[in-house]
Design a protein around this ligand. Structure first.
Ligand code: SF4
Length: 381
């Protein structure tokens, strides 16, 4: 079944490290944007029916990502979900995730999202230490993050994820683990842990130079990752992907589509889609996206039919991100390729050095291998 991704490109302020497709919130622009989104979703539904024997395509996840989707009013979220339901055959029990920033929420607001059909929240917490949040120019503090989590529970959400970032400027290993411990103490169902990447043109780079903040040495970053995963495991979280852990049956169903060779449609500016071996991306600029929708012009730029080799490469590249790894038999059935015959010689050194494991025709990265995943994955690209 399809996943439906809805991009909301608005933020109250722009964080100094951010490399996403986003811009400053503007109420009038947001209103026009929501209208364009509704049109794009309805059109995709009609096009799907026309090309699929008159039947609406089935979908079982909806994901509001951004930007800051929690800047949308509950009524707007409700309209978008309704458009998805009208245009697609949305499965009962569909996972509906909304990314939220802690400074934007109240219990009432979250309750209204829940009434609109949102059943999973993903909070961009990043850190439970105020000094670190200030260095990242985030608008919330640690207390607000904890309050937002409590509001989510009060509003009835039993599926909440927290994003945390490690290897922050000036961050020591024990400071990072303090954030991990504070997250565990709240007891979310899911956590995503990312290494901060400082992009060459990020304002954070200048802030770091001015304030003489630096990132800890690589070995410390490795320790941060390994120690955090150990702690989370000890707290009964299961690591199911390089950057993600969850309680049983609480994996992100939507994001899992990206790692299991699935199919999804992206709506909104800059959103990516992959379906039936074709990949495309919507135009990135918000205004241009709205204009194209208004003129009934295609919003997709960069449409590409993937070759079999590319599809196979992607399936292996993303499949190895999962703790379950890659099922060689499933790959052979789908792509007619004996993975070990084709890549075995290149992969053997990673097995010998303990970065990869192979058993019963299943191949997976060890935790140490996950740290060096890119090196292993270059074999497939
Ligand atoms: S809130 Fe998220 S999307 Fe918005 S600027 Fe900050 S990091 Fe970027």
């Amino acid at each position: 079944m399809l996943g439906l991704y809805i991009h909301i490109p608005f933020c109250s302020a722009i964080c100094n490290y951010c490399n996403f497709n986003r811009g400053l919130f503007d109420a009038a622009l947001k209103e026009r944007y929501v209208g364009a989104l509704l049109t794009e979703i309805q059109r995709a539904g009609r096009a799907g029916e026309a090309g699929g024997a008159g039947e609406a395509a089935r979908a079982d996840t909806i994901y509001f990502g951004g930007g800051t989707p929690s800047l949308l009013e509950a009524g707007e979220i409700d309209q978008i979900i309704a458009a998805c339901r009208q245009s697609f055959d949305v499965a009962a029990g569909c996972e509906v995730t909304l990314e939220a920033n802690p400074e934007t929420t109240t219990t009432d607001r979250l309750r209204a999202y829940r009434s609109a059909g949102v059943n999973r929240l993903s909070f961009g917490v990043q850190s439970f230490r105020d000094d670190e949040l200030r260095r990242l120019s985030r608008l919330h503090g640690a207390d607000r993050a904890r309050a937002a989590f409590a509001e989510a529970r009060a509003a009835g959400f039993d599926n909440v994820s927290l994003d945390l970032m490690m290897w922050l400027p000036g961050q020591q290993v024990d400071e990072w683990l303090d954030s991990v411990d504070q997250a565990i103490a709240l007891g979310p169902e899911h956590l995503s842990l990312y290494l901060l990447e400082v992009y060459p043109n990020a304002p954070l780079k200048e802030d770091m130079a001015r304030a003489r903040w630096s990132q800890a040495p690589d070995e410390d970053a490795a320790t941060m990752y390994m120690a955090a995963m150990d702690r989370l495991e000890a707290a009964s979280y299961e690591q199911y992907e390089i950057s993600n852990v969850a309680r049983p049956r609480r994996r992100s169903r939507h994001n899992t589509k990206y790692w299991t060779d699935g199919q999804w449609l992206g709506f909104g500016c800059g959103a990516h889609s992959t379906r039936d071996g074709v990949r495309w991306k919507n135009v990135s600029a918000t205004e241009e996206y709205i204009d194209r929708i208004g003129r009934s012009e295609p919003t997709a730029v960069d449409v590409r039919r993937l070759s079999d080799a590319e599809r196979l490469g992607d399936a292996l590249f993303t499949g190895l991100r999962l703790s379950d790894g890659v099922d060689e038999i499933a790959i052979e059935r789908r792509y007619g390729v004996d993975l070990w015959q084709r890549y075995g010689a290149d992969l053997q050194p990673f097995l010998d050095t303990g970065l990869l494991k192979r058993q019963n025709r299943r191949l997976w990265l060890t935790r140490r291998g996950m740290l060096l995943a890119h090196e292993v994955m270059t074999v497939f690209v």
